[in-house]
Design a protein. Structure first.
Length: 190
């Protein structure tokens, strides 16, 4: 398993080692020990699974406020997505910066997103499935979102979304959420 930090500190791309033979393949998709060796601390308590029938379905940008914020470990088990994390921690030197990674059933990559980041993805294939682990339970009263096309963030999506939920279509800009965000940036030891 290769674990590589992205240009956004705390966000990691994880590429599992694939063992294949004439029967098919095998991979270790998650190892607490391997993540902890890299400095990733997350006690996952919930697994989620989404299905999007059409290419161009956008979900996001979503987050949960403290005390119910979530770190996530995502992978695409069918189809392909462009997965995005946005730093929304006030005081962070990376505030409003984003990273985008293609995750697919073929490349088997995963993305670890820590607490204090908004998350979203657009499907790049029909019949796409995404599975992810979360280190906190879903709490509707702490649920929040930011517009997928917020110009202050400037995400370079590989395609315009075709399908959005009404909630995501009406999401506010990051500047409109600014004072309600309760994520605090903490400098990580080098």
């Amino acid at each position: 398993m290769e674990i590589r930090e992205t240009k956004l500190r705390g966000v990691y791309v994880i590429t599992p080692q694939i063992f294949g033979d004439r029967r098919g393949w095998f991979m270790e998709s998650w190892s607490r020990r391997r993540l902890e060796e890299t400095g990733i601390q997350a006690d996952f308590v919930q697994d989620n699974h989404s299905f999007s029938e059409m290419r161009g379905t956008l979900r996001g940008l979503h987050y949960q406020l403290n005390p119910m914020s979530q770190a996530k470990l995502l992978r695409c088990t069918r189809g392909e997505i462009f997965d995005v994390a946005v730093d929304i921690r006030r005081g962070s030197p990376q505030y409003a910066r984003w990273i985008g990674v293609r995750l697919s059933e073929k490349n088997k990559r995963q993305l670890f997103i820590p607490r204090g980041f908004a998350h979203g993805f657009v499907t790049l294939a029909d019949n796409t499935e995404v599975q992810y682990k979360a280190d906190n339970y879903y709490a509707p009263e702490c649920d929040g979102n930011i517009r997928w096309d917020d110009p202050a963030i400037g995400i370079a999506w590989p395609m315009e979304p075709v399908i959005l939920s009404e909630k995501d279509r009406r999401a506010p800009l990051l500047t409109q959420r600014g004072q309600t965000l309760n994520f605090v940036y903490e400098e990580r030891a080098q």
